[in-house]
Write a protein that binds this ligand. Structure first.
Ligand SMILES: C[S@@+](CC[C@H](N)C(=O)[O-])C[C@H]1O[C@@H](n2cnc3c(N)ncnc32)[C@H](O)[C@@H]1O
Length: 342
């Protein structure tokens, strides 16, 4: 059996009761879909995580793999499994998207790690008159069985948050974010100092790696209208946010999913980024370390990297090793903006 995360293992302990057509909502990026299919279950998946979607490909027919904010109106499932998302507000978005299917399902499961708040989520639903029963506890996870009240309606149907950003030299930008997208509803302090200390950039291909709502990419396109600006992220809700930001500001941005730089073609003139340093709640610099290694493949010789980070992170050595000598363009008590030319 391939490596399965703890929530997937906890869910598979219910296999005696898993049958018919099951919709997995935000499953972990592991082999859960393939494992379930082997038990004779017909699997569909709703996910906004590029890595999880890729992990499910092959086990789920393409037409039953949903990455949007709505499910087909007439789709029905015998069972629905909600995997606790890392950002808790995403659970409300997920419930709103699956709402039309909930009343037809005979069984609704909620599965998640204890430290990611599965119990408090179940208890919150119980306060809203859901029937919520804990059915299993294993591998640091809990599995709950849920039934919504007959008259249940999702709380909110507009999950978008917006803010405006006035900057020197460019028009005020409108930024849009969905739940779970970095810096929802406000500009991050690190991104702010990065944008304020951007050097003059050269070349036609600019890349905003880990774009979130697209604030860096949209700023670049406003400053360099002739450049082709690419924005990548692993979070499909970030990409939807960036696409809405592009539309709202009347700019053409090339927004696409990529885990690190995996999908980025070589020949980039400049990368401008506030890269991730968390996985869930834990600090984790592995994505950025791999990103810096891959900069050597993606950046043209003479191409530049401009990156903001918390000043305690060990990035200068890594940038020096993979890109080139580092200049500090800005620093304060929390952040440093680094610049290097390959
Ligand atoms: C610190 S946020 C910056 C967001 C945005 N650029 C800003 O400044 O507001 C880092 C972004 O990296 C994305 N990310 C995390 N892991 C990633 C990966 N493996 N590949 C691509 N993007 C990733 C996150 O989803 C998040 O949007």
């Amino acid at each position: 059996m391939s490596q399965l995360s703890n929530p997937s293992q906890a869910f598979l302990r219910q296999r005696g009761q898993l049958s018919g057509r099951i919709l997995l909502c935000s499953p972990p990026a592991d082999a859960i879909a393939a494992e379930l299919r082997q038990t004779g279950v017909e699997v569909s998946v709703l996910s906004w995580d590029h890595t999880a979607v890729n992990a499910c490909r092959g086990a789920v027919a393409e037409e039953w793999l949903f990455t949007d904010l709505a499910l087909p109106a007439d789709a029905q499932w015998d069972q629905i499994a909600l995997f606790m998302p890392k950002a808790r507000e995403l659970l409300d978005l997920m419930l709103s998207v699956v709402a039309p299917a909930l009343k037809h399902a005979q069984h609704i499961w909620l599965v998640g790690e204890k430290r990611e708040g599965v119990e408090s989520a179940a208890k919150r639903l119980a306060k809203e008159d859901w029937d919520a029963t804990k059915v299993d506890s294993a591998r640091h996870c809990q599995v709950w069985s849920l039934t919504p009240p007959a008259d249940w309606k999702p709380k909110q149907n507009d999950f978008w948050r917006a803010y405006e950003l006035a900057q020197e030299k460019v028009d005020t930008l409108q930024l849009f974010t969905l739940p779970g997208v970095f810096s929802a509803g406000r500009l991050d302090e690190g991104t702010e100092v990065l944008l304020q200390s951007l050097p003059e950039l050269h070349g036609r291909r600019l890349l905003d790696f880990g774009c979130g709502c697209g604030v860096i990419g949209a700023t670049l396109k406003k400053r360099y209208p002739k450049a082709s600006v690419e924005l990548t992220d692993i979070n499909l809700l970030a990409l939807k946010s960036a696409a809405r930001t592009a539309e709202a500001n009347g700019v053409e941005l090339n927004v696409y999913a990529s885990d690190g730089l995996a999908e980025v073609q070589p020949g980039v003139d400049a990368i401008i980024t506030n890269p991730p340093f968390h996985q869930g709640v834990k600090q984790d610099t592995r994505v950025t370390q791999q990103f810096l290694r891959d900069c050597a493949r993606v950046l043209k010789p003479g191409g530049s990297l401009t990156l903001v980070a918390n000043r305690f992170l060990p990035y200068p050595d890594w940038i020096e090793a993979h890109v080139g000598p580092v200049r500090v363009l800005f620093e304060n008590s929390r952040f440093k903006v680094y610049h290097a030319v390959r």
